[in-house]
Design a protein around this ligand. Structure first.
Ligand code: ADP
Ligand code: ASP
Ligand code: MG
Length: 452
């Protein structure tokens, strides 16, 4: 059994969907059953929905409603291009109903002048719900027995809206009750990624890029033999192709390496994707929907046997460094607890932490509560912040046992002012924090040294 997840660019327009259908058909012919298909919203639709929410909340009603109609047209056009006559009316009724509801929500928000996270999830989920419905009908129109599954019935999460955490027991039970019987009946289940719902039935989302995570959750829940992430690049590359012109393909990497790369900014994989796969030891493969015959990147428990010193690198921009200094930290216990309690209270995750005798430096990428955090920390320490920082992370299993590789990473970056350097217990990565302006140069230096 196979789970195939298709990202936004792999469902961007009717041509992309026709490629998707052939990929699904090939998998079904090879396996004799399935696959289970998980799809994102069409490219840029989630951004559009979030813009609608923000316009509506600011009472820019006309702008919001215009965008609603543009999205309606795009989806209706896709459905007309892809769905055969016998299924079209049902799909169009579903689309129109969803957009009518969205229009009503926009008007309500414009009056309330406030968008709660819960409402934001209702709006953001529409992209995946609509698109999965269209894709299911498109696959059926191409002669395969596709069946739409409402993802809200199978991905059960807690109530942390916009970044909900799946409840594994409930989700697995729902998948076994819904998706497995469809597969047993010879169907191709199709569901939207990214969305779920609480046990009480409130719609939630798994965080931006969360369809990968949905794909992995479904794969784990149905005990798939492989989870495939179909996207617009050849696989995991040695560096972000938007920052390095000619990155190389990484043909194989370990779960641990992939998790670190995803966490530290390789957007091709949502950071939580690997977790469900690790638990069931299911291989994850990243593939290019423009080149279905290419082998992509395979991610498994086995560390990849590589002649390269490093496996890949990742970067994150837009970080803020927070320096927290207190002379009372000297030899005192309890200081770090107090520091991290503040971040916990304001629900802000920190990425990298370094400490010295009297100071702690942390990086955060969510600035929403930064002012409140700084204020709370100043009650017991001196605090300063520095915005526009970036993180650059070199990942490779070989870093664990070959300390000279780490040394070489730092040496290559010798002319770049490094603000923080960290190597955590996994010792699979070396992470440096530097000024965002220095990031391109630093990335080129590292890439040249280790991957050219
Ligand atoms: P999808 O819509 O298929 O989920 P995403 O845009 O979320 O696609 O992820 C794919 C993109 O991730 C690529 O187009 C690429 O620009 C970016 N990316 C960043 N870092 C990497 C990397 N190390 N390897 C591959 N792609 C990367
Ligand atoms: N459509 C969602 C997003 O843009 C989820 C995803 O594409 O993975 O974040
Ligand atoms: Mg993605």
């Amino acid at each position: 059994m196979l789970v195939q997840k298709f990202g936004g660019t792999s469902v961007a327009d009717p041509d992309a969907v026709r490629r998707l259908v052939e990929i699904v058909r090939t998998a079904r012919t090879r396996d004799g059953r399935g696959p289970t298909v998980v799809v994102s919203a069409m490219s840029r639709v989630t951004d559009g929905l979030l813009a609608i929410a923000s316009d509506a909340g600011a009472s820019r009603t006309d702008a919001a409603l215009t965008q609603v109609e543009q999205l309606r047209e795009r989806h209706v056009a896709a459905a007309r291009a892809l769905v055969a006559a016998d299924g079209l009316d049902g799909v169009l009724a579903f689309l129109n109903d969803q957009f009518d509801q969205l229009g009503a929500i926009v008007k309500a928000l414009a009056v309330l002048r406030e968008v709660s996270p819960r409402t934001l999830d209702v709006i953001a989920s529409i992209g995946e719900l609509l698109n999965s419905r269209i894709i299911a009908a498109a696959i059926a129109s191409a002669g395969l027995p596709a069946e739409w599954v409402d993802a809200r019935q199978v991905i059960v999460t807690n109530g942390e809206h916009t970044c909900a955490v799946p409840l594994m027991k409930e989700t697995n039970a729902a998948l076994r009750a819904t998706v497995v019987p469809l597969l047993d009946a010879g169907k191709v289940p199709v569901l939207g990624g990214f969305v779920g719902s609480t046990p009480e039935g409130n719609t939630t989302t798994l965080g931006r890029g969360g369809s990968d995570y949905s794909g992995a959750l479904v794969g784990a829940g149905i005990d798939a033999r492989e989870i495939q992430i179909w996207t617009d690049v050849d696989g995991m590359l040695t560096a972000d192709p938007r920052l390095i012109e000619t990155p190389r393909l990484v043909p194989a990497l370990s779960f641990a390496e992939a998790a670190e790369l995803a966490y530290f900014g390789a957007k091709v994989l949502h950071p939580s994707t690997i977790l469900p796969a690790v638990e069931r030891n299911i291989p994850v493969r990243i593939l290019n929907s423009w080149k279905p015959e290419a082998t992509g990147t395979i991610i498994t428990a086995e560390p990849a046997d590589s002649s390269l010193l490093l496996t890949a690198m990742a970067a994150k921009r837009g970080l803020t460094v927070v320096d927290i200094t207190s002379s009372r930290m000297l030899m005192a216990y309890g200081f770090l607890r107090r520091v991290f309690e503040v971040f916990e209270r304001f629900r802000t995750a920190v990425d990298v932490v370094t400490t010295s005798e009297v100071s702690v430096s942390v990086t955060v990428d969510d600035r929403r509560n930064l002012e409140a955090i700084t204020h709370a920390l100043s009650e017991f320490a001196e605090v300063s912040t520095e915005p526009d920082m970036a993180l650059l992370c070199a990942v490779g299993d070989r870093l664990r046992n070959e300390p000279e590789i780490g040394a070489r990473v730092i040496r290559v970056l010798e002319e770049v002012p490094l603000r923080m350097i960290s190597q955590a217990a996994s010792r699979r990565n070396i992470t440096v924090i530097l000024r965002q302006a220095d990031l391109p140069h630093a990335m080129h230096r590292l890439h040249e040294e280790f991957f050219a």
